[in-house]
Design a protein. Structure first.
Length: 449
């Protein structure tokens, strides 16, 4: 029987936006899903990849690039659709996935209680628990084949993506052709994580474009941004005020906590109390347990040592630095509750160190639209300083172009960005002739590569 050598691609998630990342590759007689994310802010069916589109197609493996919900959150649903598929991720992503999926269930239940109704579960804790044994993990730079399908000749290798702990770029080699999926990638080093590693060459590239439309990010120097950040905090502390930092529990919390520790140890900041709220504490324990296995110089249990106090209510002692989740300051979170009085005190400052959806409370603060902020938080005035700092966990657009140029693909598929970012990347990759064929895929469209 003649075996097909054709490679096909379908986006069954969200291309033009951040959320519900999910890609399907058909390699001859075999099929692979890359990521199974959801959009936590969308209506149920709108926020989930269209797994029905794969009806009748083979799915032998599901590969998760990292543990953020927009890449992981629909995994239990994907397994329900394809119960015989093998699930692969790095060891750190396995550890983080369990925490993130159970937390999402709790947040959803809480949201339903606040709305006075029971939201139908996308999946249950029991379902997640029953699936954990399916997860199979491999370290970076350790090639493996899909278990039970050695005859497929599909070899998979994880590369450090530099985005969060355990994040991976996924290299797939099949019949002398290579496919590289970046997931979320960060080439330059953060404060804890080193920059991403990439293969030397690929035939097909699937890349994120999150910062494609941001012309400012490539011009920002890390050293000067840190100095500006330190000055902002120091000014608030001299006034006996406090600095509030809304942060994502996974990734941003740990990086900013480590940055603050560095500045205090070096004498750049006074040793004030650092408060931490929410799920970031659980994530810290995973970082403390696993990070030194990837980066041997990292001191085990360092994040636990740095945290001065845990905050369970709105009560704290000034001067202080407060890291709160949710990073988007959603209603009925401690992050949102603290912000109400906080915004009205001129001694305080809010340091915005990560992205937030423009329609969330955190996004409205980032916009510095005073009237919308007052309306959202039901306050009479905004007296504290609001400042944005660029400490992104994504590569800026110049780094993305350098990556494409280095990998020298025949075909580049662009995803994970707004329309402006996708178009900027397409135009510039074509202009630099880094890839003969550059595609912004249409949702659910089958592309023969």
């Amino acid at each position: 029987m003649k075996i097909s050598k054709e490679i096909s691609y379908i986006s069954i998630g969200n291309i033009t936006g951040i959320g519900a990342s999910c890609h399907y590759l058909k390699l001859g007689e075999w099929g692979i899903i890359l990521d199974a994310g959801l959009d936590p802010h969308a209506a149920d069916e709108e926020g989930i990849p269209d797994f029905d589109r794969l009806q009748g197609l083979p799915v032998n493996a599901i590969i998760i690039s990292h543990a953020h919900l927009d890449h992981l959150g629909a995994l239990p649903i994907a397994i329900r659709y394809f119960p015989h598929a093998r699930v692969y991720m790095t060891p750190a992503t396995v550890a983080l996935s369990e925490i993130m999926l159970f937390h999402y269930i709790k947040v959803r239940e809480k949201r339903g209680q606040e709305m006075g109704q029971r939201l139908p579960p996308l999946y249950t804790a029991e379902e997640v628990e029953s699936q954990l044994f399916l997860y199979q993990s491999f370290d970076y730079n350790f090639p493996f084949t899909i278990h039970g399908f050695q005859e497929s000749q599909i070899q998979i290798t994880f590369w450090d993506a530099g985005h969060i702990l355990g994040s991976a770029g996924v290299e797939i080699e099949w019949r002398r052709r290579k496919i590289f999926y970046t997931g979320n990638t960060k080439k330059s080093a953060q404060f804890i994580l080193k920059g991403a590693d990439y293969p030397t060459k690929t035939n097909i590239l699937i890349t994120e474009t999150t910062y494609g439309s941001n012309s400012t990010a490539p011009k920002i120097k890390k050293k000067s941004e840190v100095k500006r950040f330190v000055n902002f905090i120091e000014e608030r502390i001299k006034l006996s005020g406090a600095v509030l930092m809304p942060v994502f529990a996974l990734g941003r919390t740990q990086e900013i906590l480590y940055l603050l520790h560095q500045q205090i140890v070096r004498g750049k900041l006074p040793p004030v109390s650092i408060y931490l709220t929410g799920m970031g504490l659980k994530i810290n324990r995973i970082y403390d347990r696993l990070l030194h296995k990837i980066y041997p110089k990292y001191q085990p249990k360092l994040l636990k040592t740095i945290t001065s106090d845990i905050l369970f209510s709105k009560n704290y002692r000034k001067p202080a630095i407060i890291l709160t989740t949710s990073g988007m300051m959603m209603p009925n979170t401690l992050s949102f509750e603290i912000a109400g009085n906080f915004l009205q005190d001129p001694r305080n400052g809010i340091a915005l160190v990560g992205w937030a959806d423009p329609e969330t409370p955190g996004g409205k603060i980032r916009s510095k639209d005073i009237e919308r902020i007052k309306e959202t938080f039901q306050i009479d005035m905004v007296a504290c300083d609001l400042e944005i700092f660029n400490f992104s966990a994504h590569s800026h657009r110049d780094e993305l172009l350098q990556m494409v140029n280095r990998l020298d693909p025949d075909v580049t598929l662009l995803c994970h960005g707004d329309e402006e970012s996708l178009l900027w990347m397409k135009n510039n990759v074509e202009h630099l002739k880094s890839a003969p064929r550059v595609i912004i895929p249409e949702s659910l469209q089958l592309l023969k590569l």
